[in-house]
Design a protein around this ligand. Sequence first.
Ligand code: SAM
Length: 223
Amino acid sequence: MNRRQAAVRRLLKTLPPRVKGFLPEIEGMRLYELAREAGRLGPCLEIGSYCGKSTIYLGLGCRQAGTVLYSIDHHRGSEEHQPGQEYHDPDLFDPQTGLMDSFREFRKTLSLADIEDTVVPIVAPSAVAARFWATPLSLVFIDGGHSLEAAMTDYTCWATHVAAGGYLAIHDIFPDPARGGQAPYTIYKLAVASGLFEELPMVETLGVLRRVCGRAAGGGSGT
Ligand SMILES: C[S@@+](CC[C@H](N)C(=O)[O-])C[C@H]1O[C@@H](n2cnc3c(N)ncnc32)[C@H](O)[C@@H]1O
């Protein structure tokens, strides 16, 4: 392992636990490996950056592959992050606007992870970012809003952009309804039923699908 790789390993171990977010290390490491591999085919994209925990793993993988990560979030929080809700964090509430704002924390994370040259933040609702999108993607990670409407929007807007051989990863898959909300699992099942994706082993609640047919991506420089 050379010095640069050792520095990446150190960052992957030490930084995510210091960043607010909702991703266990084992799922994050799978995202890192996927981005590092898929990134050689073209750019990656995530929906739901929050404070950048998943972005660290995906961004470092993309940097190693010589590609970029588009990271979409309106930074206003999902339903469960709003005041009075289960995952509300008062540190991320902006009293001046009366709105949630995770963008400042997100930028701090990009700087700490040294991935500002790799991550392209898109501060917008996912459906708006998708309106004129035309670039094939080697990996799409969906971890945005968890209502059925939000998850369906993310799926319909972005799954078609995954290139042949690329990956669609979906967070918070709970086949057992007693363990969690069903919206991510619903879109996971739709993707499988479409016949366009094959299932790979899940890592905890991270569902991973590979696109088996469709157009190819391009553009990774593969350093
Ligand atoms: C579960 S959090 C993401 C967690 C993050 N991936 C991590 O590793 O910690 C969901 C994020 O999706 C964002 N979000 C929800 N609905 C969205 C939408 N329609 N467009 C863009 N971002 C959205 C929220 O602002 C929130 O930051």
